[in-house]
Design a protein around this ligand. Structure first.
Ligand code: NDP
Length: 350
């Protein structure tokens, strides 16, 4: 007999309207049954931390529009990346008390849930308190920021390169800018949505400058901050901000097309086409602009995690998290992240 404890789940209650931002009412929260005793290499896991991520907005549409994630059905339990502690195991490689994380999307946003042991990995050498790092700087967002810059940035440390990062104070952006600096880039400029985030980038992450796109003229500020033009652009947001950056880019420079969050609430294909003026500039200046997908670089994950861990241990890499509390607040944490509430990685502590 399994131990009977109260269990709860977050489920997909309604789709946001076409061309609308998500709202808290899109997520439901209700009691559900406690899992039965696990069989066939399954584990019962108590969820400790969950990650809310922009790609989830695509899962809220009727068609996700991307091949790596399915749309959620109404009533379906929300799934995503998470960290948890094993309560029961039928796989000898896992025992009660182990901390585990999942990098696929099968994990349920439930307090207690059954997971197949194939879809998880054990977290060793880290306390429960610090295990949320495996959803951020040592998780897919950290890997995205680092691998994007390393593999598609065309970074040359002997040149005085200027790097601009949009969505710079978010999970991927913080890592992208810091890794560019670690690789020898001399000037890193971040674009973000508040003055508080600008101060964080300049003071805590040691960026060379920051622009608040909500209160400043991005084009004008970039002209002041990047008099020699932009050599590498790590693009998390797309839209007008990216048009402004592209207008400052040098010949044969590079755009790492990581994400286009400014368009995720709109019914447009991914990646949306550039406007005519930017497309012309990209062509005329031979700007290399290729789509980047971290999942295409799975073979680089171990070496990149080793690089990030070493830099973090040596105090050369800063991790920042915004933590919301309670599974019942997970939907709200997602909605807030999509509207810019977070600095660094948005996490929910269950
Ligand atoms: P963040 O931690 O950056 O959180 C999202 C941030 O986006 C918000 O805090 C907000 O910051 C900003 N934002 C929201 N709406 C807009 C808008 N209209 N215009 C400009 N900025 C906006 O999220 P992640 O680091 O997890 O993701 C960043 C990007 O990376 C996303 O586009 C995501 O899809 C992409 N990604 C791509 C991967 C890949 O393999 N290519 C893998 C993982 C993520 P602000 O206050 O600055 O507005």
């Amino acid at each position: 007999m399994s131990e009977q404890k109260p269990n709860y789940r977050v489920y997909f209650q309604s789709r946001p309207g076409v061309n609308s931002a998500p709202t808290v009412s899109n997520f439901g929260y209700e009691p559900c049954t406690y899992p039965e005793s696990p069989k066939n290499r399954h584990l019962v896991v108590e969820t400790k931390y969950i990650s809310v991520d922009p790609y989830m907005r695509c899962r809220m549409n009727v068609d996700s529009g991307v091949d790596y994630a399915k749309a959620w059905g109404i009533g379906e339990t929300i799934s995503g990346f998470a960290v948890g502690r094993v309560l029961q195991s039928t796989n000898e490689s896992y025992k009660k008390g182990d901390l585990v994380t999942s990098t696929d999307m099968s994990w349920q946003w439930k307090k207690f849930t059954v997971v197949h042991s194939e879809s998880i990995r054990k977290i060793d050498g880290i306390s429960e308190e610090q295990s949320s790092l495996t959803l951020g700087i040592f998780g897919l967002t950290g890997l995205t920021g680092a691998i994007g810059v390393m593999e598609q940035g065309n970074i040359q440390s002997d040149l005085f390169q200027t790097v601009v990062v949009s969505g710079a104070a978010g999970a991927c952006g913080c890592v992208a800018g810091q890794v560019a600096k670690l690789l020898g880039c001399k000037k890193i400029i971040g674009i973000c949505g508040t003055q508080e985030k600008c101060s964080f980038l300049e003071e805590d992450l040691k960026f060379n400058g920051a622009v608040c796109y909500k209160s400043e003229n991005v084009k004008q500020r970039l002209a002041e901050l990047c008099p020699d033009g932009v050599d590498v652009y790590f693009d998390n947001v797309g839209g007008n901000i990216s048009d402004d950056v592209i207008s400052h880019m040098n010949k044969c420079s590079t755009v790492i097309l990581c994400g286009q969050i400014s368009t995720y609430n709109s019914d447009v294909p991914y990646p949306p086409p550039l406007n005519q003026a930017s497309a012309k500039l990209v062509h005329a200046n031979s700007i290399n602009r290729e789509r980047f997908l971290v999942l295409s670089y799975a073979n680089k994950f171990p070496s990149t995690l080793a690089f990030l861990s070493k830099a973090y241990a040596e105090g050369k890499l800063v991790s920042k998290e915004t933590i919301s509390h309670g599974l019942q607040n997970a939907g709200n944490a997602f909605v807030q992240m999509m509207s810019g509430y977070n600095i660094g990685k948005q996490i929910v502590k269950v």
